[in-house]
Design a protein around this ligand. Structure first.
Ligand SMILES: Cc1ncc(COP(=O)(O)O)c(C=O)c1O
Length: 426
């Protein structure tokens, strides 16, 4: 009899460190509700782009407070669709933060355009409006912002700039389910918001998934075509006429082939298959109903840490912009090397090797990657982003499953690691 292998048991980092608080939780973010949702989707007549996807889109749009939402395969493909929809291509520049996952720049270079990096705010780690303005040229086609860690960018100033220069803004909301600024949800300020449902995000649709949010209906057709092989209705006016003649409900196409669909480019752009399936959408709906509770847990954990990590010289807990509502996708602690008298790396090593608290860095400035250097991107473009990644930040474990004991261990670990390395030199 063959033995089933438990591929998740015993997963470890292989370095012999007794971990007290892992960066990523063990187990599953799912419960009975998600299992029931999967069963329901299995019973449905279709397994992709059916009633579950339609309902998830409507419910997500209602949650964030936008006109329309479109489910896609992930946040990278969401941003690719938006990049094509904005007709960004060779010769164009897109102003973007360097403090982001590679995906935000990748969709720009994939279309042959040039990412232009604007520096970040040292308190929120988000792109700085004043830095954006300095980078605007005749070739600027759009501004791409990221609500880093679940804290909103300064969307008042960014949208003012965008209006002044007539530039569309794309919001990368991969960290920003539940994030608000002046009471408005992230992803509803710019021309489009792009969300991720990757397994580590605030909610997840079986490990992968994404959503595009818009407020202007005029983009709906382009998005629908670009996420699904440029397919659209076949002679919709004729179909509508026929439906009317038969006294039937108005539809965009008749039911048989070849009247099923037409295929047309979107300003010369061709999409591929970026669809979401029914099981993902059903799980997404169950997760969406839990999102506020997840965020309440993240915020309670974050506030516990912030309260207890105040007043340690050389350690800066999270700053919350009072205009926003931080969803705490990440908890970003900063080391101030001069005040600590030691390097961030020394602190981080002590925190991990001796205290067993796993801190992780997000993100290396995108222009520092080898491939981006080959594209002509230079070093030292954004000093604050570099100082942040190479000398200041460490993201502490942050998720809704953190226990009181883990939080206590984290506080003690940070305090002890800071004391151990203090004054040891840079
Ligand atoms: C800021 C940011 N943007 C984009 C992405 C890409 O999301 P996805 O994995 O859903 O394509 C991520 C995912 O890690 C992210 O953190």
């Amino acid at each position: 009899m063959s033995k089933a292998t438990n591929i998740t048991a015993g997963y470890d980092f292989g370095d012999g460190v007794p971990i007290k608080v892992r960066y990523i939780f063990r187990g599953t973010p799912y419960g009975r509700e998600e299992l029931a949702a999967v069963k329901e989707a299995f019973r449905g007549g279709t397994l992709t782009m059916g009633p579950q996807v339609e309902a998830f889109e409507k419910e997500f749009a209602r949650y964030v407070g936008c006109k329309r939402a479109f489910a896609v395969s992930n946040c990278t493909t969401a941003m690719h669709v938006v990049t094509q929809m904005l007709d960004i291509g060779p010769g164009d520049e897109v102003i973007v933060t360097p403090n982001t996952f590679i995906a935000t720049s990748l969709v720009i270079v994939k279309e042959g355009a040039t990412p232009v990096y604007a520096d970040i705010d040292p308190r929120t780690f988000n792109i700085l409006p004043a830095a954006i303005e300095k980078k605007i040229t005749r070739r600027t086609k759009a501004i791409y912002v990221v609500h880093y860690g679940g804290q909103s960018c300064d969307m008042d100033a960014i949208m003012r700039l965008a209006r002044k220069h007539k530039l569309p803004v794309m919001e990368d909301c991969a960290h920003a389910h539940g994030t608000r600024f002046q009471g408005k949800h992230a992803g509803t300020f710019g021309v489009a918001g792009c969300f991720s449902f990757h397994s580590l995000k605030n909610i997840t649709t079986c490990g992968e998934g994404g959503m595009i949010t818009i407020n202007d209906e005029r983009w709906a057709d382009a998005i629908q075509r670009l996420r699904c092989m440029n397919v659209g209705p076949w002679r919709p006016a004729e179909a509508a006429r026929v439906m009317k003649a038969y006294g039937l409900r108005k539809r965009k196409n008749e039911y048989w082939l070849p009247s099923h669909f037409d295929v047309e480019d979107v300003n010369g752009h061709w999409g591929i298959n970026y669809r979401m399936n029914e099981v993902q959408a059903a799980v997404g709906r169950a997760q969406l109903r839990k999102l506020d509770a997840f965020i309440a847990k993240r915020r309670a954990a974050a506030h516990y840490l912030t309260e207890r990590l105040q007043g340690i010289p050389g350690i800066t807990p999270v700053y919350e912009d009072p205009r926003g509502f931080h969803a705490y996708h990440l908890y970003t602690l900063c080391v101030e090397e001069d005040a600590l008298g030691a390097s961030r790396d020394a602190f981080l090593r002590e925190l991990y090797y001796r205290e067993g608290i796993q801190g992780i860095q997000h993100y290396q400035p995108t222009y520092d990657f080898t491939g981006f250097r080959k594209l002509g991107q230079k070093a030292r473009q954004c000093p604050e982003a570099e100082r942040f990644f190479y000398h200041r930040e460490t993201n502490l474990p942050m998720h809704p499953m953190l226990t009181q004991r883990e939080l206590r261990d984290t506080v003690r670990g940070v305090r002890r690691a800071a004391a151990a390395v203090r004054g040891k030199g840079l």
